[in-house]
Write a protein that binds this ligand. Structure first.
Ligand SMILES: O=C(O)CCC(=O)C(=O)O
Length: 270
């Protein structure tokens, strides 16, 4: 049984994103929130918007001390079912980034296309962004530009060296009309799914309420995670180490025969 309705699949194809009717139970959200609290305690030197590879247990090669709870989340069959309705039955988990924006001081996420940052060829990924808190206009919910993925084109991005942003590069303004952006207001346990080419961002959190979301990255195993490619040469505003990033084949087969599922699977420092 498909998890997404035909209308939800059609919405993703036409707009580049969808908020599925499926949501995680409250108990799971409670569990994930305490795992996030623990993650933040374990990473006092990492900005909570920059908890990259949070699913890799122990100290990862990107400077974050991760938690297996987020790997278990990414491996949930119900979430993989949702993803399979969009990218097919051959699915690789390649990333998980927690964007936690503390009340009052949460960083802005500039407008961007994920594909600008990523070493996947052909470029493809479906992100599942799961709300752990209420995500509202006031606390800087995700904003998307519907249809901006349609041309499957990467637009220009410009570097911004400010400290107080979650990512370093933003899409050039003439590539899209910000007035067309929509706010993805979510309750805890709800999620959105978005395409790798879609332009999106989020305002700073100047409200008193925290806004945390877990972004899980799934690529079809018809693409290759090109470990030697670092499109931004390490200057993404987030420390990434694509050369050692572990991949998990969650379903189906690696159709390319070129993805390496051995690299990076050592346990981090306990
Ligand atoms: O949560 C955010 O502020 C940004 C998330 C994002 O850019 C992503 O998941 O690709």
């Amino acid at each position: 049984m498909p998890r997404l309705t035909p209308d939800e699949v059609a919405k993703y194809r036409s707009d580049g994103y969808v908020i599925p009717h499926f949501r995680l139970p409250d108990e799971e959200i409670k569990h994930l929130r305490s795992a996030l609290d623990e993650l933040i305690r374990a990473n006092p030197d990492v900005r909570p918007e920059k908890l990259v590879s949070a699913h890799i247990e122990g100290r990862n090669s990107e400077g974050v001390y991760g938690s297996g709870t987020f790997l278990q989340l990414a491996q949930r069959p119900d979430i993989i079912d949702l993803v399979s309705n969009l990218i097919g039955e051959d699915i690789i988990l390649w990333g998980c980034h927690i964007f936690c924006k503390p009340g009052g001081t949460g960083y802005e996420t500039p407008w961007h296309q994920d594909g600008h940052y990523w070493p996947i060829r052909p470029l493809a990924t479906c992100t599942v962004w799961i709300a752990l808190d209420h995500s509202t206009i006031e606390n800087g919910c995700l904003r998307v530009v519907p249809g901006s993925h349609k041309e499957q084109t990467l637009f220009g991005h410009v570097r911004d060296d400010r400290e107080d942003i979650a990512l370093s590069d933003s899409t050039v303004q003439n590539a899209f009309d910000e007035k067309k952006a929509v706010n993805l207001v979510l309750e805890p346990g709800q999620m959105s799914m978005h395409d790798v080419y879609m332009i999106h961002g989020a305002a700073a959190n100047s409200s008193p309420r925290r806004r945390a979301g877990v972004a899980i990255r799934y690529m079809p195993a018809t693409s290759v995670f090109e470990r030697n490619l670092n499109p931004l040469d390490g200057k993404s505003g987030v420390p990434v180490n694509f050369a050692e990033r572990p991949l998990w084949l969650l379903r189906g087969k690696d159709r390319t025969g070129r993805n390496n599922f051995e690299i990076g699977h050592h346990r981090g420092d306990a």
